[in-house]
Structure formats: structure tokens, C-alpha cells
Write a protein that binds this ligand. Structure first.
Ligand SMILES: [Zn+2]
Ligand SMILES: [Zn+2]
Length: 117
């Protein structure tokens, strides 16, 4: 693994904020001076190919990355666009069904935004 991949993976395994590539870039720039956003993208996709990071397509069209590989789904707040983990057990399939929902993203209003309504 290259130093760039190590630093990017390290960021992904400590920051469970479902960052965009831009956010990852902001987070690793200090450790990898001069690294371009395109290079961060390339490293993220490489880590996804290797199964070390997940890429999640959001309902708003953005791509987020997740270093938490445990089985869980996601929900995105319609207001603040934060992405939250949704435990896989939170949704129950009908008896006899097996669902595969790694890429499931539900829309939600998070508790912070809901409190403001
Ligand atoms: Zn919110
Ligand atoms: Zn997640």
C-alpha cells in the first residue's frame, strides 16, 4: 500500500462522518502536502476496489465514503445533509425474505433538524 493510501485509509478509519472526497482531501492535505483532489479520488476508489472503504451514492447525488464496513445502512437528513448510520436490524424484511441493501439510503429529518421544525 502506498503512503497516500495509508493516510487516506487512516482518515477513513478514524473519521466516521461519511465524508465526500473533498472532505477527505481537506483532512489529509496536511499529511500529504501537495496532494490533489484527483489523487484523493483515485486513492479512495482504489480502497473501494480493495474492499477497505465503501462508497455510498446519496439521494442528493453526492458520493460519500465510509470506512465502517460493518453491515449497516444509511439515512441522509433532507435538511442538513448529514449522513447517519442505520443499523441493519432497524429494517425487518418479511418472513422468508433475504434483502441485500448495502447501498440503501433512506431520507430522514435528523433529530437536530426535527427539533428546529
Ligand atoms: Zn439534519
Ligand atoms: Zn456508515
Amino acid at each position: 500500500m502506498t503512503k497516500q493510501q495509508t493516510v487516506v485509509l487512516d482518515f477513513m478509519r478514524t473519521q466516521f462522518i461519511h465524508p465526500t472526497a473533498e472532505t477527505v482531501w481537506e483532512g489529509v492535505k496536511d499529511k500529504l502536502p501537495g496532494i490533489s483532489l484527483a489523487t484523493v479520488y483515485r486513492n479512495l476508489h482504489r480502497l473501494c476496489d480493495d474492499g477497505l472503504v465503501r462508497q455510498i451514492s446519496m439521494p442528493d447525488g453526492s458520493n460519500r465514503f465510509d470506512g465502517n464496513l460493518s453491515g449497516h445502512w444509511h439515512m441522509q437528513c433532507l435538511s442538513c445533509r448529514e449522513v447517519y448510520d442505520l443499523p441493519a436490524q432497524a429494517l425487518k424484511a418479511p418472513d422468508g425474505f433475504q434483502v441485500y441493501g448495502d447501498d440503501v439510503v433512506l431520507k430522514c429529518l435528523c433529530s437536530k433538524c426535527k427539533a428546529k421544525v
